[in-house]
Design a protein around this ligand. Structure first.
Ligand code: TMP
Length: 506
């Protein structure tokens, strides 16, 4: 978990704060925070100028140790556009041109930096704020954040380069609809559309961003190289650039240090070549059975990664704990990967829409329970073969928030359990199954505090029955039961205990 109190404030001017955060001994990021609470971080001319001058200052002092500039908003808001009150009397074409030029050049200067431009948003991203957000190379929203291109509702078009960037991200047709209709999109819908890259459910967007950036502190050259490759939207020179950048990265110490780290961390954790060949020569439908049976190989004879699964009712805190386990693993130099089900793949996204009642069936009816169970199982196949399995083969530790036990607990409630089990029989068991147990009444309070819209299963009476089913199922599958009613840190420690033993054995 990144403690944002360790941000070092360098200076502040007219509602914009420039800070620095050390990711490691040799790498850091700059953080630009808009802090204008009285106007929900809307920008007046002075704030815009100060942002411009900070961009210039960063550019002139930039070294290769700076991995990113993070743009964020204080007070649980990102940026709510131009400060209409302050700009009230500035009605001329000339003023508008000046403002547009100023913000365009600021965003271009930030985008043109060799390091990554990341936006981290915790609340409203509105109008011009949305144009700033979409200008970033990488965008992270917390669960309660939402975005709205509200320009048309004020009889305006975009003025800070937002239409072009939005069209580049979403395609012309979707961008046009979003700009005309000014729809307010939740963080989840933004993720589904591709407007943001990550939604942080358990920590604020800045902490999540710093944690994510920490991953690159051993490979800054690769981060800078990849940004350089994809900087030019027209991709005119991408092949020549790749020809230049790739050999330079290949020969760089960072690459060979990364290779050394990989070998030393995987020692003893990967399948032997023979095992891999044997499994690869099987038909895909038989592969998982072979893997399910060869549990002993996965840790001792085989150099394979570890598969860790967290389960629990809605509000048990499995997502926060999965994030914390990955953070711990990364801090201890393991190559770790956090994922969840429903996954972020095409079927996973459809499944989430179905859970929210947005993807509906014939005659405008909700999809039947069978369709939902099949969606989860179909998503699991894609997730397993195309995401989890390749990472385990590479020796990574994969931490998965929910897996087939969710199907047994949730879908088994509405449908014959034997049928749900048969849909899931091909997927291998994890190396460690953690069941985070929380009283349904407490989980219900936590869901209320989150204030997110309830999905198909987030109904108290259902959760009580699901909790009972979970306890039986997790006993059958020899899960480690974790008391999820303790403090976040205590729960993490309880999850880490069996994980550490497993790592030691591996
Ligand atoms: P979550 O992202 O908050 O965990 O939401 C996912 C929801 O989907 C949650 O209510 C549990 C439910 N679910 C199933 O019903 N079956 C499954 O197989 C999975 C993975 C999730």
């Amino acid at each position: 978990m990144e403690d944002i109190r360790s941000l070092i404030e360098l200076s502040r001017s007219r509602g914009v704060i420039l800070s620095k955060f050390d990711l490691s001994e040799n790498t850091f990021v700059y953080v630009l925070t808009i802090d204008r609470p009285q106007v929900r971080n809307a920008l007046d001319f002075e704030a815009m100028r100060s942002l411009r001058s900070y961009a210039a200052q960063i550019k002139s002092s930039l070294t290769e140790s700076c991995l990113a500039v993070v743009l964020t908003g204080a007070n649980d808001t990102f940026i709510s556009g131009g400060d209409l009150k302050a700009l009230q009397d500035q009605r001329s074409v000339t003023v508008a041109q000046e403002m547009s030029t100023l913000m365009r050049s600021t965003l271009k200067a930030l985008q043109d930096l060799p390091c990554l431009l990341v936006c981290a948003a915790d609340g409203a991203i509105v109008g011009g704020g949305a144009e700033v957000f979409i200008a970033a190379d990488y965008r992270i929203m917390s669960a309660q954040a939402h975005i709205r291109f509200a320009q048309a509702s004020l009889a305006l078009s975009t003025g800070w380069g937002g239409a072009r960037r939005l069209a580049q991200v979403l395609g012309r047709s979707k961008a046009l609809a979003l700009l005309l209709e000014g729809e307010r999109l939740s963080s989840q819908s933004s993720l589904d559309l591709g407007l943001c890259h990550q939604v942080s459910k358990s920590m604020n967007a800045l902490s999540c961003t710093l944690l994510w950036l920490k991953k690159f502190c051993y490979t800054p050259q690769a981060l800078i190289g990849i940004k350089a490759l994809l900087k030019d939207d027209s991709f005119n020179h991408i092949d020549e650039l790749e020809n230049e950048i790739f050999p330079h990265l290949w020969a760089h110490d960072e690459h060979w240090q990364a290779v050394d780290r990989l070998w030393s961390h995987r020692a003893g954790m990967k399948k032997t070549n023979k095992d891999v060949e044997e499994i690869q020569s099987m038909k895909p439908e038989f592969r998982s059975e072979a893997r399910a049976e060869d549990g002993a190989i996965s840790l001792n004879q085989a150099k394979r990664g570890l598969f860790i699964v967290l389960e629990g009712i809605d509000g048990a805190g499995t997502t926060s704990q999965a994030e914390r386990l990955v953070a711990w693993l990364e801090e201890h130099q393991y190559s770790a990967y956090m994922t969840q089900e429903p996954s972020s793949g095409v079927i996973g996204r459809l499944t989430r829409q179905a859970l929210r009642g947005e993807a509906i069936g014939h005659g405008q009816n909700l999809l039947p329970a069978e369709s939902i169970a099949l969606l989860f199982a179909a998503d699991r196949a894609d997730h397993w073969y195309n995401e989890i399995e390749p990472k385990l083969e590479r020796g990574e530790v994969v931490v998965c928030d929910r897996y087939l036990y969710s199907s047994l607990a949730y879908q088994g409630l509405e449908l014959p359990e034997s049928w749900v089990r048969s849909l899931n029989m091909l997927y291998p068991q994890p190396d460690l199954l953690l069941f985070v147990e929380v009283d349904p009444a407490i989980a219900s309070q936590r869901r209320d505090q989150r204030g997110l819209e309830a999905d198909r299963y987030e109904v108290d009476e259902l959760q009580i029955q699901i909790a009972k089913r979970y306890a039986t199922i997790c006993q059958e599958y020899e899960a480690t039961f974790i008391n999820g009613e303790q403090s976040l840190d205590e729960v993490t420690q309880a999850c880490l205990a069996p994980l550490k033993s497993l790592l030691e054995m591996a």
